[in-house]
Design a binder for this molecule. Structure first.
Ligand SMILES: *Cc1c(COP(=O)(O)O)cnc(C)c1O
Length: 395
């Protein structure tokens, strides 16, 4: 039998061992983790809506109306009026004809990719795409060709030499780097080479674009240009669940073929109603996004002055590059000693030798809290070797 304990020991030696913290109370900047209150800079609640009193009240009322459990899959008898309302709301919000509600973004990617490509087809996937996209590609049994991160010229060459059904898939905002895919260019080459473009906007939705409509709308791309748009509700929307949006015929096709849609219990309908309320807030409240942008600018200038190496990101994902796994863990621990929580991200979540601290900012943070992070980073600066204090990366 395989020696599992030995493998775990090896992971510990490589600085790759992962463990969980026990959180109590709600997700907010002042997070109680393992019984200690820390100032957290690592959740994806970019607009601070995960603990919004109005949305909580909506959920409570919705529970009284719809009950708790989803009780069945959508195709049996679980497709509730609340889910339908959310789908319509999401389609309108993303300026698409229709939308389909999934239980998580992970399941949406697995289901959508494996339904839209299969044996004999080719999927082209950005090298830094999210794990759920990678797994969806594997599940599809299609041929998978990875292209260099954001390298549209390389993609175009690959597309030109490939025949048959082609699908191109990319994160809108890259989850561990915070940069945005060259969406307009991707749409152009997909059109030119008759490839279906799938964009997973998990981190752009709510944050980027007019009224938070996401990276695809920020790039001004229509449903014709980006026919398959995927989003999660677990990040800026602050609830749970996910969706795909696009032409009705595609949604109909997914209802027939997406196994992660078909063979799973529908989300509690009340959560769908709370998500509708949250999307209303996202659409109306530009102040949250403005505050978030101010925090991002303040963080970047502060961290760069300290000599930390950042990435070319203007999104709330602001990784501090470290490189070595142990060094990333040491920096994370040193920050924790000063009351700040930023998790170290290591392979295989990021490429070998690119361990980092993934700082995420939220509209729920105050400027004063951000300054506490910068002060703590100033204290810890000596932990990293000089070579990481390179030229600040311009956005
Ligand atoms: C988080 C994430 C997902 C998964 O979404 P969940 O709803 O959390 O399962 C999918 N794609 C990307 C790019 C992500 O960052």
């Amino acid at each position: 039998m395989r020696d599992f304990a030995l493998e775990i020991e090896q992971r510990k030696r490589d600085g790759l061992y992962r463990s969980r913290r026990l959180v109590s109370g709600p997700q907010k900047p002042e997070l109680v983790a393992d019984g200690v209150e820390l100032l957290s800079f690592c959740n994806n609640d970019y607009l601070g809506l995960a603990n919004h009193p109005g949305n909580i009240a909506t959920l409570r009322d919705a529970l009284a109306e719809t009950g708790l459990g989803g009780a069945a899959s959508h195709l049996v008898c679980g497709h509730h009026d609340a889910h339908h309302q959310l789908e319509q709301r999401l389609a309108a919000f993303t300026r698409r004809s229709s939308a389909l509600f999934f239980s998580t973004g992970y399941m949406a990617n697995m289901g959508v990719i494996s339904a839209l490509a299969g044996r004999g087809d080719t999927i082209f996937s950005d090298r830094l795409n999210h794990a759920s996209i990678i797994d969806g590609c594997i599940l599809s049994r299609a041929r998978v060709r990875r292209y260099g991160h954001g390298d549209v010229a390389a993609l175009e060459r690959m597309l030109a030499e490939t025949s048959g059904h082609k699908l191109v898939v990319t994160d809108g905002v890259f989850s561990m780097d915070g940069d945005i895919a060259p969406l307009k260019e991707l749409a152009r080459v997909c059109k030119a080479h008759d490839a279906l473009l799938v964009v997973d906007d998990a981190h752009g939705l709510g944050v980027l674009g007019p009224q938070g409509r996401g990276s695809v709308l920020e790039a001004g791309l229509s449903e014709d240009e980006v026919p398959v748009l995927i989003g999660t509700l677990g990040k800026a929307v602050g609830t749970s669940g996910a969706f795909v949006a696009g032409p009705e015929v595609l949604m109909d096709y997914l209802v027939q073929k997406a196994r992660t849609y078909i063979y799973t219990t529908a989300m509690p309908p009340a959560v769908a109603l709370a998500s509708c309320a949250s999307i209303d807030l996202i659409e109306q409240d530009n102040a949250r996004r403005a505050h978030l942008q101010a925090l991002i600018a303040r963080f970047r200038s502060g961290a760069q002055q300290l000599g930390y190496q950042l990435m070319p990101s203007h999104t709330p994902i602001q990784p501090i590059m470290v490189g070595d796994n142990h060094a990333a863990l040491a920096l994370s621990r040193a920050l924790e000693e000063q009351g700040i929580l930023v998790t170290a991200i290591r392979p295989p979540t990021v490429p070998e030798g690119e361990a980092r601290l993934r700082v995420t900012l939220s509209a729920a943070h105050s400027e004063e809290q951000l300054d506490r992070l910068l002060q703590a980073l100033a204290q810890c600066r000596s932990l990293l070797p000089e070579q990481t204090a390179q030229e600040p990366v311009a956005v």
